[in-house]
Design a protein around this ligand. Structure first.
Ligand code: HEM
Length: 375
């Protein structure tokens, strides 16, 4: 099964078992004409549906248009199968300013994120009117999808920033093993999983009662928060195993909560260690991010490792492209990141360099297209 259904109640690429590769792009709308944007969303729907089924971006395809036509598909995925490709669209807060008559449709929660302590955000890697998240188990398939959608958008949208990710840093299904991030720790153990039906409604999908009036189009959708987090891996790599485990709050080998044995042992923040203090330090990453310290808040994390060459100062420019889906960015990501930014001992080793928030509409039914509920 290398094809993930494109249509359905929710968009693919959220609870879909996280694929191994990602190409994420944020775009700005350059046209002033709402009709052009509406037509592009229609054209994107057709192309995305074709590509996720393993077909070329348009019927003319790579060579079908004849020698005198410009090929309708760029060709680099011609011989490849769909590789579980999912294409997920999201709308940024700036799409709902005065330009396209969408101000009445902006959901209350779709606002720029506040600044957090320690942020070192690059505006050139932040924000965007729209985003497209393409995930696949073949990097060429994900890049091909984004490239062909961007190509269709020529004159209507332009690329603001983009990020490639290799190696998922989360499991989103109990059928998957837990991968490791670039700090070498298992990541995704305590994630919200696609099998957790009630938790998905509580923490991931926007509920009809959350979005009244003009914003009701978002019911069944989800907020996407993206944070490009640089990891100072050279510093981390000179740190002792004990320090690394105290910072995360889990063991490196097994991924067990400190003081426990197995990866999926229940995380108990009160369990004392040998010295009588909690085995998991109060300022460890998993302690601060745990729902018991955050009024029950949880997120569905779906991020990727990245390495973007070097920083010119002798270090790799590597890290974690954090993506999380949630029912309300302001009520979930914001308080969680506030707590982490203030106290997490992990902060010594990481730096947030990019940030964006998008509202991902619900899935579409037969004959529907993206943007239909907006225009
Ligand atoms: C858990 C690493 C950033 C939220 C974890 C775990 C690791 C980890 C190793 C334990 C395994 C697991 O349960 O998934 C990292 C690294 C980060 C990072 C290396 C940055 C480079 C963030 C950010 C957030 C976040 C920005 C949200 C604002 C969480 C949550 C958990 C978690 C909610 C689960 C805690 C629990 O309930 O046990 N992270 N993380 N992480 N992380 Fe992060």
């Amino acid at each position: 099964d290398q094809v993930v259904a494109f249509r359905g109640e929710h968009q693919a690429g959220i609870t879909t078992p996280a694929q191994d590769r990602m190409h994420f792009v944020a775009l700005d709308v350059t046209t002033k004409d709402p009709a052009e944007l509406r037509d592009l969303l229609k054209a994107w729907t057709r192309a995305a549906e074709r590509m996720t089924a393993g077909a070329e971006a348009a019927p003319g395809g790579v060579v079908g248009g004849g020698p005198y036509g410009v090929p309708e598909d760029t060709g680099e995925a011609y011989d490849l199968d769909a590789a579980d490709l999912t294409i997920t669209i999201g709308y940024g807060p700036s799409l709902f300013d005065d330009r396209f008559g969408l101000a009445d449709k902006r959901p209350e929660g779709l606002r720029d994120l506040p600044a957090f302590v320690g942020d070192d955000l690059d505006p050139a890697r932040s924000g965007g009117d729209l985003c497209i998240q393409a995930c696949a188990n073949d990097p060429q398939v994900a890049v091909h999808a984004v490239r062909n959608l961007v190509r269709l958008g020529f004159g209507v949208v332009s690329v603001r920033w983009s990020q490639l990710g290799f190696g998922r840093t989360s499991s989103t299904s109990r059928s998957q093993t837990t991968p490791r991030n670039l700090f070498g720790f298992k990541d995704g153990t305590n994630n919200v999983k696609s099998e957790d039906g009630a938790a998905l409604d509580e923490h991931v999908w926007v509920q009809p009662s959350d979005v009244t009036g003009g914003a009701s189009w978002l019911a069944g959708g989800s907020y996407l928060v993206a944070r490009r987090i640089r990891m100072h891996i050279e510093v981390w790599d000179r740190t002792t195993l004990q320090e690394q485990e105290q910072v995360i709050g889990r063991t490196k080998g097994e991924g067990a909560p400190l003081g426990q044995k197995a990866e999926f042992d229940t995380l108990d923040l009160d369990k004392p260690g040998a010295d009588g203090k909690p085995a998991i330090p109060v300022d460890a990453h998993v302690a601060l991010a745990h729902e018991s310290r955050l009024n029950g808040i949880r997120l569905l994390r779906r991020g990727y490792n990245f390495t973007d060459g070097s920083d010119g100062l002798g270090h790799l420019d590597a890290g974690l492209f954090f993506i999380a889906f949630m029912r309300d960015a302001q009520r979930q990501f914001v308080p969680m990141q506030k707590a982490l930014a203030a106290e997490d001992t992990l902060n010594e080793y990481i730096e947030h360099t990019g940030s964006a928030v998008f509202a991902c509409p619900p899935g579409i039914g037969p004959d529907e297209h993206w943007g239909q509920a907006l225009f």
